[in-house]
Design a protein around this ligand. Structure first.
Ligand SMILES: NC(=O)c1ccc[n+]([C@@H]2O[C@H](COP(=O)([O-])OP(=O)(O)OC[C@H]3O[C@@H](n4cnc5c(N)ncnc54)[C@H](OP(=O)(O)O)[C@@H]3O)[C@@H](O)[C@H]2O)c1
Ligand SMILES: *[C@@H]1O[C@H](CO)[C@@H](O)[C@H](O)[C@H]1NC(C)=O
Ligand SMILES: *[C@@H]1O[C@H](CO)[C@@H](O)[C@H](O)[C@H]1NC(C)=O
Length: 335
C-alpha cells in the first residue's frame, strides 16, 4: 500500500498545476511488463499474505489469470478485493485503457487449498483440473515457519507437511495439466536457511525430538531436493522447475516467534530499515514465473533474480531420490 499511495501524496503536495507533469515520472515502473502474462493461468499458494500476495499483485498487473490458493477463503477474498482496488487505482493513474479494449486482462480467482490436509489438496486439484483448461505456472509459495509442534490432518509434522509434502502432492496432481500447457513453469519458494537442515529419514515427523528451527530448515532443504529431482524427471517436457530464496522480507512469516514487548520497537525499526518489502521479496518469484530470460532453464537455485550455488547437501541426488520415493508413500500416491 505505501508504494501505491506515495506518488499520489507527493503529487498532491506539488499542487494541481504540477500534477500533469509529475504524472509522467510517477507512473508505476511495472507498466513496461504489463500484458506479459496475458492469457496465462498461474496458481500462487499462500497468496493472501506477504510474498504470495505481492507475487499475485504483479502477475495480475502483467494480466495473468491468477488463482489465489489459500486455506482461508475469507482472508483470500479480502486480499483479492484489495488487489483489484489497487489495480484499478493504478490503471486510472497510468491512464491505461479499460481492460475490455485490450482483450481479456488479468483476473483473480480464489480457491481453497489447505496444504495441511491431503484431502484438501486433492479436492483443490480436482476443481482446478475440471475448471481450468490450461495451467502455465505453479508457484509453491505458502509456508509455515518455526511453529510449535503441530501435526497436519494426516499426522505429518506441520512444517514438513505443509512446506514440502502438501506441495509435493499438489505439484504431482497438476503435472499433466502443466505438461499439456507446455512450455510451462513451476516455481518453488525455499529459503537460505536450508543450510542448517538435513533430511532426517529416521524421524521425518519429528516424533522423537522436535526442534522447530531444524524442522523449518529440513522442509526448505526438501524444497530444493524436490526441485532438482523433479527437474530431472521433467527433462524433455518443456515444463521447467526452479527454486529460490527470497531474502529476508517483512511478512507475517514470523507469527510464531515471540518478540518481547520491549524489544518490539527495535525489531520494527531494524526490519523497516534492513528487511525487504514484500514486493521486493517477491521479485525472484515473479522473474522465474514470467521472464523470457529463464525460458528453458530448469533445476536451478536463484536469489535476487540470479542463479546461485548450492551447498553439496542440497545437490545430493541420492538423497533427493530417496526423499521423492518416501514422499510418494507418505502422501499415498502409490495406492
Ligand atoms: N519472509 C521472509 O523473510 C522469507 C525468507 C525466506 C523464505 N520465505 C518463504 O517465503 C514463503 C512465503 O512466506 P511469507 O514470508 O510471505 O509469509 P506469510 O506472510 O506468513 O505468508 C505465508 C502464506 O502461507 C500460507 N499458509 C500457511 N499454512 C498454510 C496451509 N496449511 N495451507 C495453505 N496455505 C498456508 C499463509 O496463509 P494464512 O495467511 O492463512 O496463514 C500465507 O498466505 C514461505 O515459503 C517462506 O518459507 C520467506
Ligand atoms: C536446533 O536446530 C538448529 C538448526 O539445525 C541448531 O542450530 C540448534 O543447535 C538445534 N537446537 C537444539 C537444542 O538442538
Ligand atoms: C518443446 O518445445 C520445443 C520448442 O518450442 C518444441 O520443438 C518441442 O516439440 C517441445 N517438446 C515437447 C515435448 O512439447
Amino acid at each position: 500500500v505505501p508504494e501505491a499511495t506515495a506518488p499520489e501524496a507527493r503529487a498532491s503536495a506539488l499542487g494541481g498545476g504540477l500534477w500533469l507533469v509529475a504524472r509522467r515520472y510517477l507512473r508505476p515502473a511495472g507498466r513496461a511488463a504489463a500484458g506479459l502474462m496475458r492469457g496465462k493461468t498461474v496458481i500462487v499458494t499462500g497468496a493472501n499474505s506477504g510474498l504470495g500476495r505481492a507475487t499475485a499483485a504483479e502477475l495480475l498487473r502483467r494480466e495473468a489469470r491468477v488463482i489465489l490458493a489459500c486455506r482461508d477463503r475469507g482472508r483470500a477474498e479480502q486480499a483479492a478485493a484489495e488487489l483489484r482496488r489497487e489495480q484499478e487505482l493504478e490503471r486510472a493513474r497510468a491512464q491505461a485503457p479499460p481492460a475490455a479494449e485490450g482483450g481479456p486482462a488479468g483476473e483473480l480467482v480464489v480457491k481453497e487449498l489447505d496444504l495441511a490436509s491431503l484431502r484438501s489438496v486433492r479436492a483443490f486439484c480436482q476443481e482446478v483440473l475440471q475448471e481450468e483448461p490450461r495451467l502455465d505456472v505453479l508457484i509453491n509459495n505458502a509456508g509455515v515457519f518455526q511453529c510449535p509442534y503441530m501435526k497436519t490432518e494426516d499426522g505429518f509434522e506441520m512444517q514438513f507437511g505443509v512446506n514440502h509434502l502438501g506441495h509435493f502432492l499438489l505439484t504431482n496432481l497438476l503435472l499433466d495439466r502443466l505438461k499439456d500447457s507446455a512450455p510451462s513453469r513451476i516455481v518453488v519458494v525455499s529459503s537460505k536457511l536450508y543450510k542448517y537442515g538435513e533430511i532426517n529419514f529416521e524421524d521425518l515427523n519429528s516424533e522423537l525430538n522436535y526442534n522447530k528451527s531444524f524442522c523449518y530448515s529440513q522442509s526448505k532443504l526438501a524444497n530444493i531436493l524436490f526441485t532438482r529431482e523433479l527437474a530431472r524427471r521433467l527433462e524433455g517436457t518443456n515444463v521447467t522447475v526452479n527454486v529460490l530464496h527470497p531474502g529476508i522480507a517483512r511478512t507475517n512469516l514470523g507469527r510464531h516467534i515471540n518478540i518481547p514487548l520491549l524489544v518490539k520497537p527495535l525489531f520494527n525499526l531494524v526490519s523497516w530499515a534492513f528487511f525487504k518489502s514484500p514486493s521486493e521479496g517477491a521479485q525472484t518469484s515473479i522473474y522465474l514465473a514470467s521472464s523470457a530470460e529463464v525460458e528453458g532453464v530448469s533445476g536451478k537455485y536463484f536469489g535476487d533474480c540470479k542463479e546461485e550455488d548450492l551447498l553439496p547437501k542440497a545437490m545430493d541426488d541420492s538423497v533427493a531420490r530417496k526423499l521423492w520415493d518416501i514422499s510418494e508413500v507418505m502422501v499415498g500416491m502409490l495406492k
